[in-house]
Design a binder for this molecule. Sequence first.
Ligand code: KG4
Ligand code: ZN
Length: 339
Amino acid sequence: MSKIIAIESSCDETAAAVVKLTKKDVAPLSSTVASQIKIHTKTHGVVPEVAARAHLRNISAVVSDALKKSDSHLNDIDYIAVTAGPGLITSLMVGLEFAKSLALATGKMLIPVNHMAGHMYSPFLNQKKIKFPNINLIVSGGHTYLVLLQSKKNYKVIGQTLDDAAGEAFDKTAKMLGLPYPGGPQISRIAQGAEFDYGFPRPMINSKNFNFSFAGLKTAVLYKIKDEKLDIQNQKIKTNLAASFQNAVTDTLSSKTLRGAKLFKAKSIALSGGVAANKSLREKLESGARQLGVDFYVPDFHLCTDNALMIANAAAIMLKNGFKPVNPVKVKADPNIQL
Ligand code: KG4
Ligand code: ZN
């Protein structure tokens, strides 16, 4: 049975994974993620040059580890999948050039993967039977997409963010509240003990289209702090602000996703990307899907944030969809590639 090794380095995780292609699906054999969070916490965000250097330091060891844990040798591998975009150009280039070299040295087929497609297919990893049409909300640090899938091959973006991505809004608001990078997990952690909701706006919640806008929400939090002279060192105030912000984002995301599911008569809803690790968002979509009587798919927590298993899974789907071999030398990283 064929095996794929996948490499991911689009932002601040260096990752590799090995999967076996089964008749119907993929069987994960290993997944290694080297996180750079500790490095980027010091600068309250990712400095591209620093991220690229860390990828360079880690990539050989991460790939060897994924091979070892899957009990594979490079000779046993049939395909080399790699994230080619979107992401930070200097980060992408490390993984891509490494994968290209592997493919050229071994003569194995290179499969360049769109990182957002990796996220989009990730909720399907453990599903035996996926019901279509599917509405997929992809919420990561750099992108927010609402996608309608008629099958694994046929999909269309029906909405996206007009400014900040959902994860970006979490990260920027967290920074304002003095919380460390990455802000999403920090906001959701402290939001738990909230007792009061400041009632921030739900941006574009009633607009007819399926686009999102989160930049104004961050500003609303800033003005609330300034206008009411709120002391963000006060833990209670910080908790209430974090929860109110989280409620506004998750209400908007879930409301528009559920409206899309109704309009397009979806038989299932999927949630993916780093912000899919947010419990409040998972719960709102899960209960909304239940009320609509449709299935709800979401990856395990560790597969929401960046990993290479989702890249291997997307590559397997691309192969099933008839992916044609490309010349590795000609493959270029594309930081702005669309879904
Ligand atoms: O998908 P991802 O790992 O990287 C990108 O492709 O961008 O997403 C990272 C984003 C960050 O903005 C991070 O703050 C957010 O996902 N995130 C969360 C949570 N865990 C990660 N946002 C809200 N709640 C969480 N629990
Ligand atoms: Zn991602």
